[in-house]
Design a protein around this ligand. Structure first.
Ligand code: SF4
Ligand code: SF4
Length: 335
């Protein structure tokens, strides 16, 4: 049977730490910057650390990741203490807009942040300040710089790109320009993805989306089955290289990330998403939600919840490189 599965055992927690940010980028989703969630309380922080410790205990530390995103995580006054504690059990990856002071970044102890993604948001970011922060951090961590290449700031972004190349003394530096699109027409952006699907897949995508928007979670399984029956003649997308390492970026670039209708074993437990309210999902895509809440519950009472291996039917494009590596088995729509 065709399968996608992880090459080795790894444990990753993707933590959307806050929806509070000191920037207000026009291309940013409101749910990432609406200020609804700030940061965990001391008690919630302690529960989250317990969960991180529990989650990483079966694997070597270099096969663990706590990937922290926001909002802007560094605005939390206790953030670096939290990272120091977490780094005893897991590698820590951080995405930040580099807006904090030079002193803040100088005070970060070496070895606490393993990977740092500094994102340059041209509407607000000050190029000179950004470069100073990058210079401070380049010897303390693996540094990556992401330039959000937003068309109205074309010149600023390009100039900044060249400045970084000249001024940062790091031959290994990973610096990328990422094109940002903003939907100015009011068109449903979600449907813009449909250009990557063929007609038959498009029908299924829309049908599955309708189920998600019109039916309650308890009714969805029955509705999904109806769609499976209706599209039984569909062929399984031919894309798998069994037993060969899967590169998530390659999958997306080659548009092989369409697992709609596939049985996906997100519950296998390699990847956990913790949202800014502490809710927990067994994949970055968030297709299902566990009862366990990482801020409010004691992990020792919920260990069994992570042992369930029932697959879910994928109903969306798999756009996260980490999710792409989760176990999936042959297209259930083609069974
Ligand atoms: S810095 Fe990031 S989180 Fe903040 S508004 Fe910009 S894109 Fe959104
Ligand atoms: S989007 Fe979610 S459900 Fe679909 S294949 Fe990826 S991880 Fe699985």
């Amino acid at each position: 049977m065709r399968q996608v599965r992880p090459v080795f055992r790894f444990k990753k927690i993707v933590w959307w730490s806050t929806t509070t940010c000191d920037y207000d980028c026009v291309y940013c989703s409101p749910r990432d910057k609406d200020g609804k969630y700030r940061w965990p309380t001391a008690e919630q922080k302690s529960k989250l650390i317990d969960f991180i410790k529990h989650n990483s205990k079966e694997v070597n530390k270099n096969r663990t990741q706590l990937d922290i995103m926001g909002g802007e995580p560094t605005l939390w006054p206790d953030f670096m203490n939290f990272c120091e504690e977490a780094s005893k059990y897991t590698s820590v990856f951080l995405s930040s807009n580099a807006s904090r002071t030079e002193r803040y970044y100088k005070n970060i102890k070496p070895g606490v942040i393993d990977d740092l993604f500094l994102s340059f948001h041209p509407e607000k970011a000050d190029p000179e300040h950004f470069i100073k922060i990058a210079k401070i951090m380049q010897n303390k961590t693996t540094l990556r710089i992401l330039i959000l290449f937003f068309q109205p700031y074309f010149d600023k972004c390009l100039k900044f790109y060249n400045q970084v190349k000249e001024m940062i003394d790091n031959k290994e530096l990973d610096i990328r320009l990422t094109v940002q699109r903003v939907d100015v027409s009011g068109e449903d952006v979600r449907r813009a993805f449909l250009k990557d699907l063929n007609k038959e897949q498009e029908k299924i995508f829309l049908a599955l989306e309708d189920v998600r928007s019109k039916f309650s979670p308890s009714q969805r399984s029955k509705e999904y089955n109806k769609i499976k029956e209706k599209y039984h003649s569909l062929e399984s997308p031919a894309f798998l290289v069994d037993n060969q390492e899967v590169d998530g970026q390659h999958f997306r670039n080659s548009k092989l990330n369409n697992f709609i209708g596939w049985d996906c074993y997100v519950n296998e437990g390699n990847v956990i998403r913790v949202s800014a309210d502490g809710s927990v999902h067994p994949s970055v895509c968030g297709i299902t939600k566990l009862k366990y809440n990482a801020y409010n519950d004691d992990i020792t009472n919920f260990i069994d919840e992570f042992k369930t291996l029932s697959p879910v039917t994928c109903d969306r494009l798999c756009n996260c490189a980490t999710d792409i590596k989760l176990i999936k088995k042959v297209n259930s729509l083609a069974k």
